[in-house]
Ligand binder design. Structure first.
Ligand code: HXC
Length: 286
């Protein structure tokens, strides 16, 4: 899809880059020539991912960080600059989430999600933004949002609140930093892309729920990591130089199917639907 050196000369920090979607995106960035900085809590996982990337000829620096700590975020940037000389991209991928009835959430439970998703992503974004401003060459910041930033969602209220806040951050900074510093700020709203972490936290009974979930997606399947990674690469690249302040959905049309008033018909047998609709058609007077 891309020329093989699309991201050559770039240094991209990927939070949550040791596993799941973060790992897939980091691997793709490295394949396309970028230096990647893998920043997350579990150092062993980061180290293993960095080794995999380097075994394939890429450049990867693992840095342990809890993004809830603003000083630690600034230190990730310092380490990235010390190793690679500059930071040109940030992929805000780290998140925390769990299913819980809203009335049962403890203050700590609410805080755990909001502190990681909203505040942590902000701390990382500010640290990278400051560096990009100092460098004076612009940059690209992309955050993984979710399609429920538009709709909200039951049983994940703290995540929905925090991710919606990140959409507001995206649009605000796209103008504030875009106009003065040529820093583009965008979001990606993925639908279901299977990962160990998200599935463990969010899918109580995969056997039962997976097939059911696919019925509610026009494309009738979950996303492939490579599909998300390619979109994430495009947004980091100069090819997306005029894309700023937007959020791109990559969900096979899932959230729209759930939203349209008459979309429930698509989940019925199409021949039956046509018959029902045909029966409602007024007969022409002869
Ligand atoms: C109720 C829970 C809970 C649960 C944690 N808590 N899990 N409450 N139900 N399932 C409460 C705890 O009881 C505690 O409150 C508080 O949350 C903090 O818990 P800790 O374990 O101490 O916090 P911490 O180690 O910071 O863990 C944060 C976390 C955890 C969010 C709770 O799950 C995490 O770090 N997850 C990271 C990985 C992850 O979630 N990945 C999936 C993201 S997927 P009390 O009151 O007891 O002290 C995603 C996709 C969205 O976001 C889009 C999908 C389409």
């Amino acid at each position: 899809m891309f020329v093989s050196d699309l991201l050559k000369g770039q240094t991209i920090i990927v939070t949550g880059g040791g596993s799941g979607l973060g790992k897939s995106m980091a691997q793709r960035y490295a394949e396309l020539g970028a230096n990647v900085v893998l920043a997350a809590r579990t150092f062993e996982r980061l180290e293993a991912t960095a080794k995999e990337i380097e075994a394939k000829g890429g450049q990867a620096l693992p840095v342990a960080v809890d993004i809830r700590d603003p000083e630690a975020c600034a230190d990730v940037v310092r380490q990235a600059v010390a190793r690679f000389g500059a930071v040109t991209g940030l992929m805000n991928n780290a998140a925390g989430n769990f299913l819980c009835a809203a009335e049962d959430l403890s203050p700590n439970g609410f805080g755990a999600v909001v502190d990681i998703v909203l505040k942590g992503t902000w701390f990382m974004t500010q640290a990278v933004g400051r560096q990009m401003i100092e460098q004076g060459n612009g940059g690209s910041i992309v955050s993984i949002l979710t399609t429920y930033v538009y709709t909200g969602s039951s049983f994940v209220v703290p995540s929905a609140m925090a991710k919606a806040g990140l959409l507001a951050m995206t649009k605000s900074l796209a103008v504030e930093w875009g106009s003065a510093y040529d820093i583009r700020v965008n979001g990606i709203a993925p639908g279901p892309f299977p990962t160990e972490g998200a599935w463990a936290a969010l899918v109580p009974d995969p056997k039962m729920m997976e097939e059911e979930a696919k019925k509610h997606i026009p494309m009738k399947r979950f996303g492939e990591h490579s599909e998300l990674a390619n979109l994430a690469a495009y947004l980091m690249s100069p090819m997306a130089g005029y894309v700023n302040g937007t959020c791109i959905d990559i969900d096979g049309g899932e959230w729209l199917q759930g939203a349209g008033e008459f979309n429930r018909f698509v989940e019925m047998d199409r021949a039956n639907v046509k018959q029902l609709l045909g029966a409602m058609r007024p007969k022409k007077a002869k």
